[in-house]
Design a binder for this molecule. Structure first.
Ligand code: ADP
Ligand code: MG
Length: 248
């Protein structure tokens, strides 16, 4: 199932007197992964929750293809993984991962491959309480991917994952959703992670978040050699850091 364009038109949000997100207008292209980078409290999670239909904008319109977020969510075509994964404690890891797909009536035959891929081989029949925080997070990522969503929302999904696993997941997971044409939005604190995983990076100011830089990530593939890729990588990371510093 190919992904859809995410259209944000003049979307803003306040909580009482707290302006969380300034009006934002952007089109997030179908099949791309867009990273949201910005200081803590600038409205990144709020924007993600609005795209997921969990929160209503004060102004503006959000469209996922031709649908409202709530419509897409209710037909199971939208998946989200949070930093604090809410796994059901009484279900096994495998049963947590397949829950959404079960409800939609389609259990992905690749479940076990996905469990292996996120490094949870042998833990499918364990309960969440028997896992570390990082393992629970990886289970939540597998749960989001197993439904083959059209829109995938990741809110600091690698926060509690150790550095080596994080780097491995960063290499191995994105090709899965890219290969399916999924449109993904990733919130991350890590500039390097944004450059590594995203096709495009939106840099936000401190609260209320406003887009100060909109950077296309076009890393050369292996053919150009490691040095070229590394130079382009550092240059892009530098652009993101500059934008963050200027906005601070
Ligand atoms: P980020 O994810 O960028 O760290 P958030 O989107 O979580 O930021 O929060 C943006 C701002 O909105 C913060 O000041 C936060 O305290 C506030 N906020 C977020 N959710 C709520 C809520 N449900 N009620 C009140 N304030 C909230
Ligand atoms: Mg957040």
């Amino acid at each position: 199932m190919p992904g859809v364009e995410i259209e944000l038109e003049d979307v803003s949000k306040s909580f009482g007197a707290t302006a969380a997100l300034a009006p934002i207008t952007r089109r997030l292209r179908a099949g791309q992964t867009t990273a949201l980078v910005g200081p803590s409290g600038c409205g990144k999670s709020t924007l993600l929750r609005m795209i997921a239909g969990l929160e209503h904008p004060d102004s503006g319109i959000i469209k996922l293809g031709s649908e409202k977020p709530s419509t897409m969510a209710s037909r199971g075509a939208l998946a989200m993984a949070f930093q604090d994964p809410s796994l059901l404690p009484w279900r096994t890891v495998r049963a947590n991962i397949t829950l959404g797909a079960e409800l939609a009536g389609t259990v992905d035959p690749q479940v076990d491959a996905l469990i292996d891929l996120v490094g949870l081989t042998g833990f499918g029949l364990h309960r969440p309480a028997e896992l570390s925080g990082g393992m629970r997070q990886r289970a939540a990522i597998a749960r989001a991917l197993v439904s083959e969503p059209e829109v995938l929302l990741l809110d600091e999904p690698f926060g509690a994952v150790d550095a080596i696993t994080r780097s491995r997941l960063g290499k191995e997971l994105p090709p899965i959703w890219r290969g399916r044409g999924t449109t993904a939005v990733l919130v991350t604190h890590s500039v390097d992670e944004a450059v590594q995983l995203a096709d495009r990076i939106l840099v936000l100011t401190p609260r209320p978040g406003r887009v100060v830089a909109d950077i296309d990530v076009d890393l050369p593939e292996g053919g150009d050699g490691r040095d070229v890729r590394e130079r382009v990588f550092r240059d892009l990371a530098g652009q993101v850091l500059d934008a963050l510093e200027k906005a601070a």
